[in-house]
Ligand binder design. Structure first.
Ligand code: B12
Length: 354
């Protein structure tokens, strides 16, 4: 018994970063039991459960992203780490005392097509800890089902989570639909850009950078939306139809760029089916990000994505300039689209050697 107390005293002395490092080691070894032990040790040592969720589990997830991008861990390790952290959160919340909610009812959901459920899960757990009544709906919630849920449960607010900017057009439609159902929307997640720059543009009632800030923002009620409006009211530049044309013709654009690449890069003719499929997926992602940038009317969305892709490629010994032919071919295809051409030119400039 004395030993246990001593262990507890030792554990109490550890800063949050030390637990985060231990959790990192455990998840990277795919050791679920060790990962659970680390988190339980932090809880036993008196670390605030919110800090465990955000500064230990959340920080580990972000580190997973950085290490994958730098090619220091594999996709399988990334998947294992996320699966373990999901389990760890379940164990942790099972150990916390249940309390009756005393604050607003919040429906936490991911945008349709958004697979990154863990950021929304962390938000849901923190809101629950702080006394909110939470309905957690998980990943990729189709908007019509979300609206049905709102009619059935009448929450005070929807908390909409997005991690991938290509889902912003869908997020916008979802925000508008929730508001039309009389429910205000707070948004968050990396999809909404640094400082939430695209949250206001898309008509969200509020934005917060993380779960702790979301608690703070939701401690004052969000007003019920007044007049329903259409997505185009927020984004008059959509009238030029460039977004619609690019989004609708995405499969044709991908095919045209692939054909052009095969003509320009003789080595591609020897690609295996799998290599060809991966290249087509990369091109499809470039087209999706361009469409999203046209939607929000911000070249930075596209340029940030290409800069990130260039870093990911360089970490895998693929030169960033290998993206240049795809950008040039896409520009040829879209030469009549003024905004798209300007964005592609800006991205092309970024990819030139300095
Ligand atoms: C795990 C993971 C996955 C898993 C997700 C599994 C799951 N169950 O969640 C899987 C494998 C499915 C996946 C898929 C993809 N992923 Co991924 N993924 C990640 C990773 C490594 C961790 C995500 C995470 O859990 N983050 C941890 C939390 C703590 O993040 P957080 O954003 O800080 O969350 C806080 C706030 O945002 C805020 N918040 C979140 N939601 C909300 C909502 C509201 C209302 C509020 C107020 C606040 C709020 O509160 C949270 C807690 O404080 C990230 C890297 C990263 N840096 O996040 C990449 C990352 C997000 N993925 C990325 C990509 C590209 C993809 C794919 C496109 C890959 C592919 N080619 O297939 C697909 C897209 C799938 C899709 N359609 O959604 C890129 C995005 C790059 C970019 N430029 O946008 C990232 C950044 C990878 C990287 N290393 O750089 N991914």
């Amino acid at each position: 018994m004395a030993e246990t107390i001593e262990e507890r005293t030792d554990a109490r002395a550890q800063p949050v970063e030390t637990y985060a490092e231990s959790l990192w080691q455990a998840v990277i070894e795919a050791d679920e039991h060790e990962a659970t032990d680390v988190v339980m040790a932090a809880l036993d040592a008196g670390v605030d459960p919110e800090a465990i969720l955000l500064d230990i589990v959340g920080a580990t997830q972000r580190r997973v992203g950085m290490e994958w991008a730098a090619n220091r861990i594999s996709v399988a390790q990334e998947h294992a780490a996320t699966a373990i952290n999901e389990r760890v959160i379940v164990h942790l919340s099972g150990r916390l005392p249940r309390q009756q909610p005393t604050r607003a009812r919040v429906a936490v959901a991911c945008v349709d097509g958004e697979w990154h459920a863990l950021p929304a899960r962390l938000l849901a757990e923190v809101l629950t800890l702080r006394g909110f009544r939470v309905d957690y709906l998980g990943a990729q919630v189709p908007t019509p089902h979300l609206i049905t849920h709102l009619h059935r449960t009448s929450p005070d607010v929807v908390a909409l989570s997005g991690s991938i900017p290509t889902r912003l057009p869908v997020a916008h439609a979802t925000i508008t639909a929730c508001q039309s159902a009389g429910v205000p929307v707070i948004v968050g997640g990396s999809a909404f850009g640094v400082g939430g720059r695209w949250a206001t543009l898309l008509g969200a009632d509020a934005w917060a950078p993380d779960a702790a800030a979301a608690v703070e923002r939701l401690s004052r009620p969000l007003p019920r939306p007044q007049a329903p409006h259409q997505p185009i009211d927020d984004l008059p530049h959509l009238a030029d139809q460039e977004y619609t044309m690019v989004a609708r013709s995405a499969p044709r654009l991908v095919r045209a760029v692939m054909t052009g690449l095969e003509e320009r890069l003789p080595m591609m003719r020897d690609y295996s089916d799998l290599q060809r499929q991966h290249t087509a997926e990369d091109v499809a992602q470039i087209v999706d990000f361009l469409a999203a940038a046209l939607y929000v009317g911000d070249a930075a969305l596209f340029c940030d994505f290409l800069a990130w892709t260039a870093e990911v490629l360089e970490a895998r010994a693929v030169p960033a300039r290998s993206l240049v032919p795809a950008v040039e071919l896409l520009r040829d295809e879209l030469r009549d689209f003024e905004r798209a051409v300007a964005m592609l030119d800006q991205a092309w400039g970024l990819l030139q050697p300095r």
